[in-house]
Ligand binder design. Structure first.
Ligand code: 6PG
Length: 252
């Protein structure tokens, strides 16, 4: 893969603070311009501390939510109060503590029986808020992505149909290997973002991360995240980065 903007932090906490500061800085710039700031949040465990930090910074008045709209990158097909729900994790870590106007968080309704309709509804919500020019894809200001040990990101798992999607912005995805159904943003939306930040922590990610950043290109879903007109950053902790070469780590 080409040169990456890789930053390695000594801990998950340091990494999370860096991600939260990037969010805060970019949101402030858009607020100065009087424009809407849009962010898409991943689920899983890694970003939870970052979301807690955002909530704490907001309580200090450092983040003005009135012009910020939050979306979900993906969601499991469970009720919103289910322990596996990404929404539940985001609500508990961020929404319940930061005073975000309810209309500024856009929940993926993956519990719906008609997932195709839920996907269309979410794509309409993206269009309503981000108002892309005719024929354009929505341009999110920042997207926080995680990565599984298998190199999946969002709910784009190796060998699944959603990886091939080049037109719709949100779609269901069957993950037969795991017996899961998910709702996920697709590569056209993720690669249309202005800033994509991967947050990867933990020793269990080290081998997958080495393959993604140093292995043959185009093999794993996370390698397909290549913003067309935006930045791509990898925020890692030491445990996840331990198999990376000094060059990949950005060390001379
Ligand atoms: C999800 C996420 C998924 C996640 C990775 C990493 O719905 O689970 O969107 O893509 O980011 O699986 O998960 P962890 O952060 O829990 O390791």
């Amino acid at each position: 893969m080409g040169k990456h903007n890789v930053r390695v932090f000594s801990s998950l906490e340091e990494m999370s603070w860096a991600g939260a500061c990037a969010f805060e800085d970019l949101a402030r710039l858009k607020a100065i311009e009087g424009k809407t700031f849009s962010a898409a949040l991943s689920g899983g465990l890694t970003p939870r501390l970052l979301y807690h930090i955002l909530a704490s910074r907001a309580l200090l008045g450092r983040i003005q939510w009135k012009n910020i709209h939050l979306f979900q990158v993906d969601e499991r097909c469970v009720p919103p109060d289910h322990p596996d729900s990404n929404y539940r994790m985001i609500r508990e870590a961020l929404l319940d503590n930061a005073g975000i106007p309810a209309e500024n968080f856009h929940r993926m309704q993956a519990e719906q029986s008609d997932l195709e309709q839920a996907a269309r509804d979410y794509a309409s919500e993206l269009a309503r808020v981000l108002q892309p020019q005719d024929g354009d894809r929505p341009r999110l200001d920042i997207v926080f992505l995680g990565m599984g040990p298998d190199g999946h990101t969002a709910s784009l798992f190796p060998g699944t149909a959603a990886l091939e999607e080049q037109s719709v912005w949100v779609r269901p995805n069957n993950v037969e290997r795991l017996g899961l159904r998910r709702l996920t943003m697709t590569l056209p939306v993720l690669n249309g973002a202005a800033h994509v930040l991967f947050l990867v922590a933990g020793a269990d990610k080290a081998e997958g991360l080495r393959k993604v950043l140093e292995g043959p290109p185009g093999q794993l879903p996370a390698q397909l995240i290549q913003p067309l007109n935006g930045s791509l950053s990898w925020l890692l902790d030491e445990a996840a980065a331990r198999k990376l070469s000094p060059a990949t780590r950005g060390e001379r």
